[in-house]
Each structure stands twice: as C-alpha cells, then as structure tokens.
Design a protein around this ligand. Structure first.
Ligand code: BTN
Length: 259
C-alpha cells in the first residue's frame, strides 16, 4: 500500500505554488467537498483555498448525478475568483491539468471527452464539476471540483464496473494520492496563470478532445442529439453536425462516443 497521508501540511509543504493549495482544509470523511467549499467561498475564503476529503459520502456529479468517492480516491474542490470572461475556461484548464498530472505521476496517457470526462482506454478515471455564483458581470466565486479514481478496485463497485477505471487498475499497482494532488494543484495554478496571461488554453483543450471528428450521441436535458462532433466554441459548447447538414450548438450534455 502506497503512503496516503493527506494532512494539509503534507500537501502544502514545498508545494511551489503562489496561491492554489496554500490553504488546505482536510476532512477524512465528508458529504461533499463542494458543499464545504461553497460555505468557505461565501465566507470569503482566500483565493486558491482547497477542500479535500479522504472519502465522500454524498459526492456530487454533473447533472445531479451521484459521484462515488470511497477511500483511495481523490475528492477535492478549489475555490477561485476568476473574471467572468475566464469562467468558461475553468472547465478546460481543469481537464488539461488532470491529463498532465496523471501523465507526470504515472506515465499513463488519458484523454478528454467533451465536456470534461477524463478517460483512460475509453473508461472514465476522473470527473470534473464546476460550480459558480455569478451576478451580472461579477463572479462571486467559482469552485472546481475534481474526483479521480486513484486506488479503486473496480470489482468492489459493480455499478461503475463497465464504464470506469482507476489509476491502480490501469497500472496494476497503487499510486500515491499525495503525489497526484500536489501535481494537480501546481498544474491548475500554472494553467490558471497562463489563462490570465492570455495563453492558448482553449486551443489546447480543443486539440486534446477525443470527441472531435467522432460520431457521438449527446443527451442534453430531455433532448438526444446524434451527429459528428465538429468543433467546440470558446465558451465550451459542442458543435454537432447532423446527417441533414444542420449544425447544433450544445451548451451542456453527456456525450457517448459511437463506433
Ligand atoms: C462528473 O463527472 O459527473 C463530475 C464528478 C465530480 C466529482 C468531484 S469529487 C470532488 C467534488 N466534490 C463533489 O461532490 N463532486 C466533485
């Protein structure tokens, strides 16, 4: 078993960031890091505050789904105060940060499925949830929630067995959650600063999507779209070309890659 001391000191010590992860709030067990992060943000938590849970008992996924995060997984939320212009890019930079961090720590290559599922060999290894409070042109706060299946034995979770994977399942050995978390926080900060400096986050995200050029089915609310994923816009929407030539712009949804 790899060491798994997730104390705030073990995370922040020599992290090398300026603000992300300089304050860490850790709970061995928590309902959802999103809930605590929201409370902290409403109280004016310092930029880059991170809430981490050893396990979540009521983890939240996109589209009001449940997110499983038992012991051995990573569940964290990062509080940021971006400009309204940069808000749509958080999803992009978070996805890129996960892909870069997984590769740096494990050597595993992962891919991004629109909008923000991280896959290894076609199975989901990480989910990302962005929640924000916006009034007019003012962002009160934004929270990036990241859940990574690190040391999970998938056979213990039949409900996700056919669609999910974990870093340990891919590697055949356990992985240090601490190393992944530290890499992730450093990478989120690097990309966030690059975004603020006008760096090509959108372009890198677009070019990393496994979805583009593929036939996909997208569920968005009660509507199901089918077509070729042609491109993505700067605000993160998917442009889907139908067989009749029409183009749909889909702001949010769940994409399934077709053969
Ligand atoms: C998804 O793919 O549906 C998004 C999953 C996001 C899960 C993370 S785990 C940390 C944070 N806390 C939560 O309750 N959800 C996010």
């Amino acid at each position: 078993m790899v060491e798994n001391n997730l104390s705030p000191a073990s995370i922040t010590s020599n992290l090398g960031t300026n603000f992300i992860g300089q304050r860490v709030i850790y709970y061995p067990s928590l309902t959802s890091t999103m809930e605590v992060a929201k409370q902290e943000a409403q109280l004016g938590a310092v930029d880059g505050t991170v809430v981490i849970a050893g396990e979540q008992t009521a983890g939240r996924g996109r589209i009001k789904r449940v997110w499983l995060s038992p012991k051995g997984s990573i569940a964290l939320s990062i509080i940021l105060y971006p400009s309204v212009v940069n808000l749509p890019s958080l999803i992009m930079l978070a996805s890129l940060a996960v892909v870069h961090s997984i590769e740096a720590v494990t050597g595993l290559r992962s891919q991004i499925k629109w909008p923000n599922d991280i896959l290894i060999n076609g199975r989901k290894v990480c989910g990302i949830l962005i929640e924000s409070s916006v009034r007019g042109n003012t962002v009160d706060y934004a929270i990036i929630g990241i859940g990574v299946n690190v040391n999970l034995r998938l056979s213990d979770f039949p409900e996700i067995l056919s669609t999910a994977t974990s870093l340990s399942a891919e590697l055949g050995r356990d992985v240090s959650r601490l190393r992944v978390i530290r890499q992730l926080l450093a990478e989120v900060e690097r990309l966030y600063l690059a975004l603020q400096a006008g760096g090509p986050i959108y372009e890198e995200w677009r070019d990393s999507l496994v979805t583009l050029g593929r036939r996909v089915q997208v569920k968005s609310g009660t509507t199901v779209y089918e077509g070729i994923a042609e491109s993505v816009t700067r605000d993160g929407s998917l442009l889907l070309r139908h067989s009749n030539g029409k183009l749909s712009q889909i702001v949010a949804g769940d994409a399934t890659l077709r053969a």
